[in-house]
Design a protein around this ligand. Structure first.
Ligand SMILES: Nc1ncnc2c1ncn2[C@@H]1O[C@H](COP(=O)(O)OP(=O)(O)O)[C@@H](O)[C@H]1O
Ligand SMILES: [Mg+2]
Length: 350
């Protein structure tokens, strides 16, 4: 039985096109293909770098395996129909949609489905003009930039405004549909946004819905997942926190989860940026010589001081306590739903 080596190429042409069909009794080494294309390494990176999102990872793995087998089939001379790879990622802000889209672009490139594999992020304002004749050139320009890679349409539901008959969104959607259908070999479009709002976009544009093969939902992160994300971000930046800082962070974060505008992992990233700022102030105030250990260490006061009252306005409003009193108040009996040590009750200036 003949066993042929799987040969990827890096010059942009589809590698399989370089080979003629295999004999009926020939075989292809799947392990070698996985290894040579580095697909497993990419999937492992995805697992390591992203906390949770198990079903999203499973869907991506499924797709990657399908694409690999599709390539092997082509390589073996079996029929191949270019798969539809356009996708829709639904979920609240900070749930990892853009991050996963970036990984997806790399995987699609590595597996030979996209010649370049870059990601172009665009919103309504990039595609749609304010006046007659402005939308087509804008949309064309974005499609040109995205050619060879992934076009990520953030908050894509804004493209469609059913209440405005003269909105130019329709024109842009028509052009997108045309590109999605006719340029499948060089462009993948990912629509992203809140689930409910995306439904409205698809209801108004059924042709769009049917051209999207993969709908993936990104749920909100749980508190333990957000804590793991915080730890991952800290260790990637070579910081670490002690038990007290970790506990303070969890107490600060818990009530935020119920805010309507809570931005999941992005909120954690912003909080860590603020904490690093406070740590630096503490170290400079402390003066003298600082050990390497100290440069990396975050303590509980850094966390508490970094938590701005601004991010808790919503919670405070719901509780009905004026902010001026909040700042001065010491912990009393907090509402049960906010937990015992509600961070918004800590004095801002410790
Ligand atoms: N599961 C996760 N594990 C680790 N970091 C994450 C995860 N999800 C999101 N992040 C980080 O949170 C930030 C916001 O994520 P992003 O992909 O921009 O969210 P979205 O596009 O859904 O608004 C990024 O810095 C990203 O790396
Ligand atoms: Mg995003």
């Amino acid at each position: 039985m003949a066993v042929e080596k799987f040969e990827p190429t890096t010059n942009g042409t589809h590698p399989d096109a370089l080979h003629s069909a295999l004999h009926a009794d020939a075989s292809i080494d799947v392990d070698a293909a996985l290894k040579e294309l580095d697909v497993l390494a990419l999937l492992d990176d995805l697992n390591r770098e992203l906390v949770g999102l198990e079903h999203v990872k499973a869907r991506i793995r499924e797709l990657a395996y399908f694409m690999l087998v599709d390539r092997l089939r082509h390589r073996a001379g079996l029929t191949r129909v270019a798969p539809t790879l356009h996708m829709c990622f639904t979920g609240r802000p900070g749930t990892g949609k853009t991050t996963v889209a970036l990984k997806m672009a790399t995987i699609l490139h590595r597996l030979g489905y996209l010649p370049q594999g870059h990601l172009v992020v665009a919103t309504r304002a990039d595609l749609i003009g304010q006046y007659v004749g402005h939308t087509a050139p804008k949309t064309r320009e974005v499609l040109k930039r995205a050619a060879g890679g992934v076009l990520f349409l953030d908050e894509a539901y804004h493209l469609y405004r059913p209440d405005n008959q003269r909105d130019y969104g329709r024109e842009a959607i028509e052009m997108l549909l045309e590109a999605m259908e006719n340029r499948r070999d060089e462009l993948v479009v990912i629509f992203a946004g809140y689930k409910e709002k995306m439904h409205r976009l698809f209801e108004g544009n059924p042709g769009l819905y049917s051209r999207i093969a993969h709908h993936i939902d990104f749920p909100n992160y749980t508190l333990p997942e957000l804590m793991l994300i915080a730890e991952l971000m800290l260790s990637q930046q070579m910081y670490h926190w002690d038990f007290h800082a970790q506990a303070a962070f969890e107490q600060c974060l818990r009530p935020c989860l119920s805010l309507s505008y809570f931005a999941n992992a992005r909120e954690v990233r912003n909080a860590i940026d603020r904490i690093k700022l406070k740590q630096a102030q503490r170290l400079v105030r402390q003066a003298g010589r600082i050990s390497k250990q100290e440069l990396a260490r975050i303590d509980a006061s850094d966390v508490r001081q970094s938590w701005t009252c601004e991010s808790s306005i919503d919670v405070q409003d719901r509780i009905g306590e004026p902010r001026s009193r909040q700042r001065l108040s010491t912990p009393t009996v907090p509402p049960a739903r906010l937990g015992l040590f509600s961070w918004w009750r800590w004095p801002t200036l410790l």
